[in-house]
Design a protein around this ligand. Structure first.
Ligand SMILES: Cc1ncc(C[n+]2csc(CCOP(=O)(O)OP(=O)(O)O)c2C)c(N)n1
Length: 538
């Protein structure tokens, strides 16, 4: 005879899910009792950090990550991070504790009174088990749901008295043995038709989205661009949690602007716009204009039926992105006679742009220093809004799985997901580039990095303001908004308080030296750079 808890851990073990990210409360303790030795528990000190770490871990490992939250208030704290995980297509099993069944109806303290409704629009499935013996099957179902395209969070609320109940051995066995796969291929006719159109187009272009990387389609995207001589744009930074194409490749043109009119203007002259692995598009701010350049057709390949359905223009093929790119390559079978696009120029250094080294460090100089200290196998986790474009331009990241960005736009993803990414990729140095404002939303992630000896390099860009919001004020014609300055925010001191060794730098040279010393040191560490205010474009 085994308990529901034993059967559930057996199921998690069978799925390779032996790490649980959590912040425990009284309602979770029965689940955590007699915690098996082959499982690890990663404690986050606030639920946004718990989910953020799991988000990074899930994306960088490719597997479903398990998050365990405290009943209603824990789920409440986690909501912004769950919003991000949904936008990132991060597969998460989210379990939460619940009062014991006998006192739920009288709503005893800590009862999650409407457990399934609470996370509802942010998860693919939200469920509370009707009977204790259904827990393993419900958790199995949530794992399958999270891992099927579009990947995302699935939620199960579990009354705390369920864990010690007797398991339904047969039901649990069936749940453990099930296999569910979800990499759907596009119909061969549709692929053949798209291949014909691509071959016949006079000036086609590829828009590369995050699910190219997530689906393993990186090499196919490169081969397609090379053989078909396609210039390639990254989809707007607002919607791209990962890169879909090497940004140092000769065919790469840059990052599309995030607004309606400017996207069409940027792509003017192209007759066929093929977008892979993205929504079209995560526009922001609202700048009206044509959705597409005149005479252009757009076809997007996405594994997300919702992305396909809600797009305001063009055609969509709902299928696995990597498999579809590979099928398209096979159908094209050969090289196009079109001329190869002009190679993109190398990034201009601060010196070449005539920017004098100085204090505070200019954006370009800071990103040049980072690019120079960054190792070939490094991974960037980015949440420094006003530096996003300069970083993409200066670093030109060119390996798969090397860039993570909170596609939802909710701050707090940066620090926390960097810890999870590093745990999933222990052999690659992770550099988390974060604004001093953004750092505050997940500040306790520093503690987890130290507690679990996760050797992330944190680069904090201190410009003493919410620079991006000042830029938005200009774009929106807003004057006199309060709350956009951040004087005297000392992240290095706070990080030291959590045990992260920290240093402050005021010149580009110091920054490069400090980064080189810290990256690859095998320990978490922080460099805080005093940088120039304003939006950095290159
Ligand atoms: C959870 C959440 N709250 C508020 C915001 C709004 N917001 C967007 S950017 C930003 C400022 C970020 O400041 P900082 O990290 O210092 O970067 P900078 O703009 O100076 O580059 C804020 C508050 C948000 N995106 N997410």
């Amino acid at each position: 005879m085994s308990t529901v808890r034993e059967a559930t851990f057996e199921l998690l073990r069978a799925r390779g899910m032996t790490t649980i990210f959590g912040n425990p409360g009284s309602t979770e303790l029965p689940m955590l009792a007699d915690y098996p030795e082959d499982f690890s528990y990663v404690l986050g000190l606030q639920e946004a950090v718990v989910v953020g770490m799991a988000d990074g871990y899930a994306q960088a490992s490719g597997n479903v990550a398990h998050v365990n939250l405290h009943t209603a208030p824990g789920v409440g704290n986690a909501m912004g991070a769950i919003f991000n995980a949904q936008a990132n297509h991060a597969p998460l099993l989210i379990t939460a504790g619940q009062q014991v069944r006998p006192v739920m109806t009288m709503q005893a303290n800590l009862t999650n009174r409407d457990a399934t409704r609470m996370p509802h629009p942010l998860v693919k499935w939200s469920y509370e088990v009707p009977r204790a013996e259904d827990v393993p099957a419900a958790i199995g179902r949530a794992i399958h749901t999270a891992s099927l395209p579009p990947k995302g969070p699935a939620f199960v609320s579990i009354p705390m008295d369920d864990w010690n109940a007797e398991a339904d051995a047969e039901g649990a066995k069936r749940a453990i043995e099930r296999r569910v796969d979800g990499r759907a291929t596009a119909s061969p006719d549709r692929v053949a038709e798209l291949a014909e159109r691509l071959a016949a187009a006079s000036n086609p272009v590829l828009g590369a989205g995050p699910d190219i990387d997530a689906s393993g389609g990186w090499e196919s995207a490169v081969a397609l661009a090379e053989r078909q001589r396609l210039p390639v744009w990254a989809i707007p930074a607002t919607g791209g949690g990962r890169l879909g194409f090497p940004e140092g490749h000769a065919n790469f043109r840059g990052v599309l602007p995030p607004a309606i009119g400017p996207v069409a203007e940027t792509l003017a002259g192209h007759d066929l716009i093929l977008v892979a692995g993205a929504s079209v598009f995560a526009y922001y701010p609202y700048i009206p204009g044509d959705l597409l350049p005149e005479g252009a057709e757009l076809v997007v390949v996405t594994s997300d039926p919702e992305e396909a359905a809600r797009a305001p223009m063009g055609e969509a093929i709902v299928a696995d992105v990597a498999l579809t790119l590979a099928a398209l390559l096979a159908a094209l079978d050969g090289e196009s006679g079109r001329e190869a696009p002009e190679p993109r120029e190398a990034p201009m250094t601060a010196a070449a742009m005539g920017v004098e080294p100085g204090t505070p460090i200019s954006g370009t100089e800071a990103m040049t220093a980072l690019a120079s200290a960054f190792p070939d196998d490094g991974i960037v986790v980015l949440e420094a809004p006003s530096a996003t474009l300069a970083l993409r331009n200066q670093m030109r990241i060119s390996r798969p799985g090397s860039y993570y960005f909170g596609a939802g736009g909710g701050l707090g993803f940066g620090l926390s997901s960097a810890v999870g990414v590093q745990m999933a990729q222990p052999d690659r140095p992770v550099v988390c580039v974060v604004g001093e404002g953004s750092a505050q939303y997940a500040i306790t992630a520093f503690w987890s990095a130290v507690a679990y000896d996760v050797p992330v390099t944190f680069l904090v860009l201190r410009n003493s303001e919410y620079a991006i919001l000042k830029w938005f004020s200009l774009a929106e014609g807003v004057e006199g908004a309060p709350g956009l300055d951040l004087p005297a925010l000392d992240v290095a001191a706070v990080a030291e308080g959590y045990g992260v060794p920290s240093s402050r730098v005021e010149t580009g040279e110091e920054l490069e030296g400090a980064l080189k010393a810290q990256i690859g040191s095998g320990k978490p560490g922080l460099v805080e750079a005093g940088v120039a205010p304003g939006m950095w474009l290159a």
